[in-house]
Ligand binder design. Structure first.
Ligand SMILES: [Zn+2]
Length: 267
């Protein structure tokens, strides 16, 4: 049984400030250690539940955060960005039994994390079909598009609540809660224990999972911090500038949403 794990850093226990998320910054070291511990715990949970092979995508910024030698031997690690529009789920296909997200964070325009964002600081909010969109929501749609159930998420309380509201069958492990410009964190070892346990349960129950259907149509609305970014991204084929700050893109094909995001909101 193959499992796919995508890992971000802003939803890792104790991570609170952008300095901690930046490769090369002195404060990044502790964050990458805990990120690796939480991903290793997710792998262990999956292995307990019968996984034999685990693909791990390092999905934060440089995608060079996780410490490979501290992951179980069954894990193969994807570092860097290939340029494929699946982005954080690069390589996902029907040969995988389940997807899990570790260290995920609250969406742009939410007040539930000091590090809330969707994809890039360029966007103040992202909406899909008039609903505020997070990186979790995009991954949930990508997983549905690939035909693989997204069964588990860990991260801040805000994103875990969003995932549970989107599909109550998704198992969640909240390791922290954002309060204003602060975070309230559980102990790092308690975080890894909850992730290991939740992941084992989620993978064990994968056969009962009900995958939500993909919407038939997608209307993507990117709201930018700077007007010049909206001006630039509105030249993407099929995109329209709605006002100084907003670009809209419509399609029936979710892959085209991913392609739009890769060429606009990513960089
Ligand atoms: Zn990140």
């Amino acid at each position: 049984m193959k499992i796919f794990i995508s890992a971000d850093i802003e939803g890792i226990t104790d991570v609170t400030h952008w300095d901690e998320t930046e490769l090369g910054h002195g404060e990044h070291y502790a964050a990458r250690e805990q990120m690796t511990a939480e991903v290793a715990a997710a792998c262990e949970g999956a292995l307990q539940a019968g996984a034999t092979e685990i693909w791990v995508k390092d999905s934060h910024d440089s995608a060079r955060n996780l410490i490979a030698a501290k992951l179980p031997k069954e894990a193969r690690l994807i570092r860097g960005w290939s340029g494929h529009p699946f982005l954080t789920l690069q390589g996902l296909d029907k040969t995988f039994a389940a997807v899990a997200l570790i260290g995920y964070h609250s969406r742009a325009g939410s007040g539930t994390s000091p590090l809330a964002h969707s994809f890039t600081g360029k966007l103040t909010t992202l909406k899909i079909n008039d609903v505020f969109a997070s990186e979790f929501l995009m991954d949930a749609y990508t997983a549905a598009y690939a035909g693989v159930p997204l069964v588990f998420i860990s991260g801040d309380r805000g994103i875990c609540d969003e995932a549970a509201a989107f599909n109550p069958r998704i198992q969640t492990a909240a390791v922290k809660q954002g309060v204003g410009n602060s975070t309230v964190n559980i102990h790092p070892e308690l975080a890894t224990a909850r992730i290991r346990e939740g992941m084992a349960q989620a993978v064990t129950q994968v056969a009962n999972f009900v995958q939500p259907a993909l919407p038939a149509h997608f209307s993507v609305e990117s709201r930018y911090r700077a007007g010049y970014n909206a001006y630039h991204d509105a030249f993407y084929p099929g995109a329209r500038q709605i006002d100084d700050m907003i670009v809209r893109f419509e399609t029936d094909d979710y892959f085209e949403v991913l392609r739009f995001m890769m060429f606009t909101a990513q960089a």
